[in-house]
Design a protein around this ligand. Sequence first.
Ligand SMILES: Cc1cc2nc3c(=O)[nH]c(=O)nc-3n(C[C@H](O)[C@H](O)[C@H](O)COP(=O)(O)O)c2cc1C
Length: 150
Amino acid sequence: MRVVILFGTEMGTAETVADCIADELSGCDVSIYDMMDFDPADLTAEELLVVVCSTYGDGDLPTGAEPFFDALDATRPDLTGLRFAVFGLGDSVYGDTFNRGGEIAAEKLTERGAIQIGEHARHDGSSEVKPKDMAREWAAALPIPVTQAG
Ligand SMILES: Cc1cc2nc3c(=O)[nH]c(=O)nc-3n(C[C@H](O)[C@H](O)[C@H](O)COP(=O)(O)O)c2cc1C
C-alpha cells in the first residue's frame, strides 16, 4: 500500500528515523516528506500516514512540524478513514513533557477523525537504545493493512 512518512524535526534525528522506517517498509510504495513542505490537504484515506516527530521547548512541537499542524488547525479537514502511526522522539530528562511532540501530533490527527494504529513509539534520548534501531523494530511490527498491502 501507499505509505506517506512525514517527519517534524529541529536537529535532524526525526529525518534519520524516517529514512530507517522507509527502508523497513520497502515492500510498500513509500514517500518521505519534511512536514515543513507538506500540505495536510494532500492527505488521503487510501494511504497510511507515518508521523515521526520530536519534542522541543516545554513539550512543544518542533519548529519543522508547526506549519503542518497550524494548517491542520486552520483548515480542519475531515480525515475520517485515514490511518496513522506515530514514532515520537524526546528525552526523559524533560520529565512531564517527555515525548509530548508525538503525542500532540496524534491528538491533532485524532481530532480530525483519523485513526491511530500500531504502538505509539516514544524514543528516549537518555536511553541506550539508538533511534535507528528502535525505528526499524517498530516499523517491522506495524500492522500494515493487509487488504491494500503490496
Ligand atoms: C532545547 C530542547 C528542548 C527539548 N525539549 C524536550 C521536551 O520538552 N520533551 C522531550 O521529551 N524532549 C525534549 N527535547 C529532546 C528532543 O526532542 C530529542 O533530543 C530528539 O531526539 C530531537 O530530535 P530532532 O533531532 O529530530 O529534533 C528537547 C531538546 C532540546 C535541545
